[in-house]
Design a protein around this ligand. Sequence first.
Ligand code: ARG
Length: 600
Amino acid sequence: MASTSSFLKNMPELPQIPGTEPERAVLDSFRTAIAKLVSEALPPLTVEQAYQGVDYGKKGVDFTVAVPRFRLPGKVDELAKKVLERFQPDEWIENVVHDKAFLHFTCRTSSLTRLVLTQVHDLTYNTASGQPEYGTNTSGKGKKALIEYSSPNIAKSFHVGHLRSTIIGAFLANLYKANGWDVTSLNYLGDWGTQFGLIAVGFEKYGNEEELQKDAIKHLLDIYIKVNADAEKDPNVKIEAAKFFKRMEDGDESALANWRKWRELSVKKYEEEYDRLNVHFDEYIGESLVGKEWQDKAIQRLEELNLIEDHEGAKLVNLEKWKMGRAVLRKKDGTSIYLTRDIGGAVERYEKHKFDKMIYVISSQQDLHMQQFMKIIKLMEFPWADRIEHINYGLVLGMSTRRGTVVFLDQIIQEASSVMHEHMRQNEEKYAAIDNPEYIAQEVGISGIKIQDMAAKRINNYNFNWDRMLSFEGDTGPYLQYAHVRLASIERNNPQLMPLPAPAALNTELLTAPAARDIVFLLGSYPDVVKTALRTSEPSAVVTFCFRLAHAISSAWESVIVKGEPDADKARARMWLYLSARDVLGAAMRLLTLRPLERM
Ligand code: ARG
């Protein structure tokens, strides 16, 4: 970082605008240079106000200012002319063009290339943390985010809704960290409720210790399915189950001992699978751990507000006033339910973590539940009520394996790996050259699932399509992995150019091809992508960036060559460009929870 700021010293001096971090995002400096010019030409506009008006340009334009947005007195044409008159080309800005209400600016290519590539290099390899930091910022410094995602139900199936929550949530955890937040990730297990009464009844009849140890998730679901079938025929099963769950709620240790073991073994299995997905949790919590105290207080408070209705002994909250219907808060037998546990859980999480933001990544099928939950928290007048955010997403249609419907997470991973493996085998020669095809197939397969999931706006539904997502053509996960591998191979294929000299010794003036400049500008824009994605919580913003970069790189391959370039200095400068592109593409892929591959 030090070297970035020290070489900025040779550049014309600029004011420091609050919220910008030139030492992490050097395009901030280019924007500041534009803002400085515009504000000096158009008093009383301040440089901060002018900065807000500097946007990315369209079609090959670096930055554009729409003059009318400043709402200054005078004709737009004349205002624009004032800016043109004042303009002097310098090391920041090379050119300005006036077009109707717009001013289009071009950054000085030589400075842009040198500064961006040096910054990518320094923030990838020379950071205080020892970790790659290019793209990150410190806007969230000192703030705490709690992010809950995945949250499957023990003894029930892991469905696509859970998969999406897992993928999007793990991305959000990375994203908040990249924006400087302190993040705690939570997996809120569905580990409580009447289904455990059913499992307990079923376990007596169908339980098998060995199978439980081998794969608890699978065995418990088997039992759950069988005992549900029994319950259809015999009403006593449900009565027994309810009794058992009541004993659990009352803290009866003999009822709890088994449940505890089922939970523990299931979590162990889940952890292995999350690990394969490159997904991690700081805490496994669950509905079972939510205390009674706040559940009762919530009902009390809502009673004071006259919102509680009695329905044959059950307690209902009436939220009709807000068009949110009615919801049960406590059952007749006094046992709590999903909604009440969410209320109690939120209070406990606040007391423990004092979060600045708490995010729930849950399917849009639970929009009403989340609206009710957040409304009740507001009605209870917690000062942190506004810090809760529900990040929702649409449905996935038609996910099944060749053997049938998906019920387990490991079926999804296995299917992706095996479909990918078959694809790879079709190219015998290439296949033979790979060291560990199983691992590669799994990683590429998982990348395919994740990219398909994050490619469009969260709220859209999409069709699960193995062939499309695992194809190497089109905007897919395998295509991104391939782009990364190709960049990584440049170093291996050109040992005569290695090691590259230090950044300051590389001649970036040699990187003049438009295709090279396009790549540089995209690399420079990555820190903005990380910021923008946080504002919308949309992984698609990062996916889109990855594909734009991958496409820019693939258009450069033919003209901006390394191997076969007779001028060694030129070849080295180009190699540096491609290695920087690899580093930034890798960073963006990791942000999306992918593991970028070196070979495949
Ligand atoms: N276990 C729930 C389900 O599978 C999801 C939990 C979501 N989180 C929450 N705090 N309600 O539907």
